[in-house]
Design a protein around this ligand. Sequence first.
Ligand code: SAH
Length: 395
Amino acid sequence: MVEIKLKKGKEKAVYQRHPWVFSGALDKVKGKPENGDVVKVLDAQGEFLAYGYYNDQSRVAVRLLEWDENVNIDEAWYEQKVNTAIDGRAHLLANEATTACRLIFSEADFLPGLIVDRYADFLSVQILSSGIEKAKETIIKVLVKRLQPKGIFDRSDATARTHEGITAENGLLWGENPAEFIEVKENGIKYHINIAEGQKSGFYCDQRDNRSILASYSTGKTVLDCFSYSGGFSLNAFAQGAAEVTSVDSSALAIETLKQNITLNQFDAAKHIAIQSDVNKQLRQFNDEGKKFDVVVLDPPKYAPSRSALDRAARAYKDLNRRGLMLLESGGLLATFSCSGAVDIETFKQIIAWAALDAGKEVQIIKQFCQPEDHPVRLSFPEGEYLKGLLLRVV
Ligand code: SAH
């Protein structure tokens, strides 16, 4: 096994169990590892620190896996990690009202670069590191043994892969192909998911808890669900008796799927307005028309993919939230989210405070939103915390 020595002082983060070793921390590479190989990481004195996946194309040169020198990174190791991750979600798997959840969440589950989502009888997988790519066959074998899915579908067409120097993939890995739309349930609400073509791995199960929290504020209300995708917030609002829901998304497939989902749940389509449009443009139009809503949801895509994009993203979040707040009157509610890991909760609060000031609204935080239990955050890896949100009441 190739050994990699770190520069003096660079062992500290490894001791603290942070799973990333940046390329600048490497001193000597003894041998010629291929990208994705498991290597031994040593401190400046040559003492063992951890095992990890090597990649010379990535800013993160080694993704750490294991801190015990006596352990082999073999099939039994992968099986143990996969089983531990799934055992932790056993109650979610046993819950018949929810058949969509994340089973493996990358670093948080000690499998850096592997995401596995369960959608009813199928698994949707994203392989985002060269190490996991190399271990793919073993991982599939272990997943099949544990879960006996109907099929495993690869949705690794994510930009993260290009940072690792591996090409995008999209296709069947094992078993049978899912139908164009398969049905899942989340808290009893039915959704059609297009695993092959839908966004990310097909669905955003990270908003499960937040959708049902928000729904409890939607009874009898007019709700505007911006960036609705397949309708997570819209459908939950209907389930709790919203008077009218307007959903806005720029994606045609999202709007088509959302309309199917309204029918699937037998909600009253006459109370639903689906608009395929750019959210900012639509909000401007609503403001020009003097339109008001009781509840506004803003769940935009990741505006800040990295820290360097923070300034631009802050402006985009501020403009969006200013426009959203202007549609609310006293007592109105804004549920606003950021899924940018680079924007922490305190920064997000600051941005929203500016937006409120510009909108001429005084607001109170009445709840904070976070990611659900199947997207856990390892304390030793704070970067894994990405989803945050605020529920604000206009005074
Ligand atoms: N709220 C959704 C998830 C939102 S994901 C849920 O609960 O499932 C972000 C969504 O924003 C995607 O569906 C994407 O199509 C949409 N989107 C991205 N940019 C947009 C824009 N400028 N205007 C409208 N929709 C946009």
